[in-house]
Design a protein around this ligand. Sequence first.
Ligand SMILES: [Zn+2]
Length: 202
Amino acid sequence: MKDYHTHHPSPHGGYLCSVTRADWGNIVAAEGMTPCLGVHPWYAHEVDAAELAFDLDDWLTRYPQADVGESGLDASARHESTLEAQRMLLHIQLGAAFRHERMIHLHGVHAWAELLDILRQRARTRILPRVLLHAWNGSHELAREFLKLGAIFSVGLRELSHPKAYERYARIPADKLFPETDDHPEHWERTLALLTVHRMRF
Ligand SMILES: [Zn+2]
């Protein structure tokens, strides 16, 4: 099993996500990992959108093994003031992922419903890339809608330890729900153990 969302190179392999544009060089140089090139929603307002669009196209062309991310939306109190910039960068990254046929890795704090709307619109006009929703903590009803769009999910120790974890995750098919460590590589063993428990229940 590989790590489906991390910011640290892992001996288990997996998806190594950048956070800012400055990370990309290190991300593509990490061995044994799938590099994910993007800009995290927390930093979206610091970025020149046109420049990012150009750079992302260029890097995805040069690194055919790379995915896109970490992108997404964060509507928490701390970040909602930058939502306009976040949306602009999300659309740029979704567009690049679709054109280059890469998966996009999405963060969605307090924003799953809006992300679902955006992805549905893209599905309708047939410009939807493959999608991974990381740190997934939405309801099962929402998960079902994302599954119809072909999305997959990753969850870490925080999500799997939540009191609602069983109702959120037990009915997601095992081949659509994967482990992640995000910024906590030390959580790997416990994350796998908890995920196994959920899968047995499934
Ligand atoms: Zn992350």
